[in-house]
Design a protein around this ligand. Structure first.
Ligand SMILES: Cc1cc2nc3c(=O)[nH]c(=O)nc-3n(C[C@H](O)[C@H](O)[C@H](O)COP(=O)(O)OP(=O)(O)OC[C@H]3O[C@@H](n4cnc5c(N)ncnc54)[C@H](O)[C@@H]3O)c2cc1C
Length: 457
């Protein structure tokens, strides 16, 4: 009996964020992956983890969403950390997560009421704890104790963990490269399509028009993908991508499978994907002394105070000694082993720029964040600000949906995008599922019907 020969797969991943890099990793760990037979190429427009994947908080939680992949992903994170010394290499550790209501002691300077929640906080928590001081853990001693108005634990160390997202993402791609993945720095400008026989519902080998030795002569189009069938017996397939390399030269790379993991930029290449971006600012601070391992969803109320001598001029450019009454703010605070990360709510003031390197950082928003958290902690107030940054969260524009993971209806084209505020948590499950779709033709590890891109594109 002859064993059927495995089909060669040329896989292209678009996007070197956490989703693309973790997908590359899991593709190389699939039992059917053979580096002598298959090729995997990741194309990244700017730099690995240059977007949200390098600037996120890194909270992992078994109580995150969607619940069809969260427990799997939470477990995979623990396994990855165990296998590759994640504690040392990307700051994996267990943390306690709580809801904290606190009155700022010091200064504040802005109208803080305009943010768009990033969506991690479970609704109703603050209201439930409002005005009641109970169960504040003893080791949460880096928050000014007499200012705390309420605390409620959301997740203990069995249910909550963290990674440093930049270190995790760059580690994933390094491990994938060790097993044969090639990284190209270049910007994909279009997907290339062909017409393929229409009766296949499986992920397939290259379309019939595809000849490995010839460069594809594709219908180059980034906008005409809405129709997935060109005639009753034919359907659309992807057979490569067009990209501009680092010297801006146009190149074509052929593929049997294209995985679109371009985060908030996904719709630029595939316009019918209902995915956009929401900007959020964050800062990192080296605290005056090491602090205990907590992730805090806060509600900070700050009475009007003189401006902080540390803060820069407000957005209006004014420097008046007294600023308008601040109501409340809800920064998220994540203590890491060597630093404290703080992020703001999202804003819609600036549209998604062309690349991660063109993201506009509004320094006054970072200063607001610093003022807010400095007002509740001496360790922060006396600490050193090490980074002020902004990035875009990839969000699915249809309420309650996201991420979108799976086949698109275009033969060979898979989507792994729209992970909103839980992309760090859900990256390992996403990568594993995509590897199964490519090599097994089906998702074996999770029921992904609710995330099927074909429901919305
Ligand atoms: C402030 C903030 C805090 C967060 N905190 C957490 C958290 O604590 N826990 C959690 O689980 N999640 C968190 N998230 C969410 C998480 O960061 C995102 O869901 C995740 O990073 C999305 O990853 P991605 O790979 O899809 O997108 P991105 O990180 O945006 O990566 C997409 C990549 O694609 C590249 N690209 C785009 N277009 C092209 C092209 N045409 N050609 C080539 N490359 C291209 C980009 O350059 C980019 O590198 C947070 C997000 C924000 C904004």
């Amino acid at each position: 009996m002859t064993v059927p020969k495995a089909e060669k797969k040329n896989i292209i991943i678009i996007g070197g964020g956490i989703i693309g890099c973790t997908t590359a990793y899991y593709l190389t760990r699939h039992p059917s992956y053979d580096p002598k037979l298959h090729t995997i190429t990741l194309i990244e427009a700017t730099r690995i983890a240059g977007g949200a994947s390098g600037k996120a908080g890194g909270l992992l939680a078994i109580w995150a969403y969607p619940n069809n992949i969260v427990p799997l992903s939470f477990r995979l994170h623990a396994e990855l950390a165990g296998e590759h010394n994640g504690e040392e290499n990307w700051g994996y550790r267990r943390v306690t997560c709580g809801d904290l209501e606190v009155e700022g002691r010091d200064w504040s300077d802005q109208d803080l009421s305009k943010g768009h929640s990033l969506g991690k906080r479970r609704k109703g928590r603050n209201e439930a704890t409002s005005g009641v001081v109970r169960g504040v853990p003893e080791d949460l001693n880096w928050i000014l104790q007499d200012q705390i108005k309420g605390y409620e634990e959301i997740g203990n160390t069995d249910a909550t963990a963290q990674v440093h997202p930049y270190l995790f993402t760059t580690s994933m791609i390094r491990l994938a490269e060790e097993r044969g993945v090639k990284v190209i720095f270049g910007s994909v400008t279009a997907l290339s399509y062909v017409s393929v026989p229409g009766n296949s519902h499986q992920m397939t080998s290259p379309p019939s028009e595809y000849h490995h030795s010839d460069p594809p002569s594709p219908t180059l189009s980034s906008t005409s993908q809405s129709s997935t069938s060109s005639s009753p017996s034919r359907r659309k397939g992807v057979n490569g991508v067009v990209y501009h390399d680092s010297s801006n030269k146009e190149r074509v790379l052929e593929a049997s499978h294209v995985i679109l993991a371009a985060g908030p930029w996904t719709a630029k290449l595939y316009p019918s994907a209902p995915i956009s971006g929401l900007r959020a600012h964050s800062v990192t601070i080296t605290p005056a002394e090491p602090v205990s391992a907590y992730a805090l969803f806060t509600k900070i109320t700050v009475p009007p105070r003189p401006r902080s001598p540390l803060s820069s001029p407000s957005r209006s450019g004014s420097r008046s000694p007294m600023e308008p009454v601040a109501t409340s703010a809800s920064p998220e605070i994540y203590a890491r082993a060597n630093e404290i990360y703080v992020c703001s709510e999202g804003d819609m003031e600036v549209e998604l720029p062309a690349t991660t390197s063109e993201v506009e950082v509004d320094e006054s928003r970072c200063d607001e964040l610093i003022s807010q958290v400095a007002s509740i902690s001496d360790q922060i107030r006396k600490g050193i600000v090490t980074r002020k940054q902004a990035c875009y969260l990839p969000i699915v524009n249809i309420g309650g949906l996201g991420p979108l993971i799976g086949e698109t209806g275009v033969e060979g084209l898979l989507l792994a995008s729209g992970h909103s505020c839980w992309g760090i948590n859900n990256a390992p499950a996403t990568g594993l599922i995509i590897s199964e779709l490519v090599f097994d033709g089906t998702s074996k590890s999770a029921d992904i019907r609710s995330m099927d891109p074909k429901r919305v594109i």
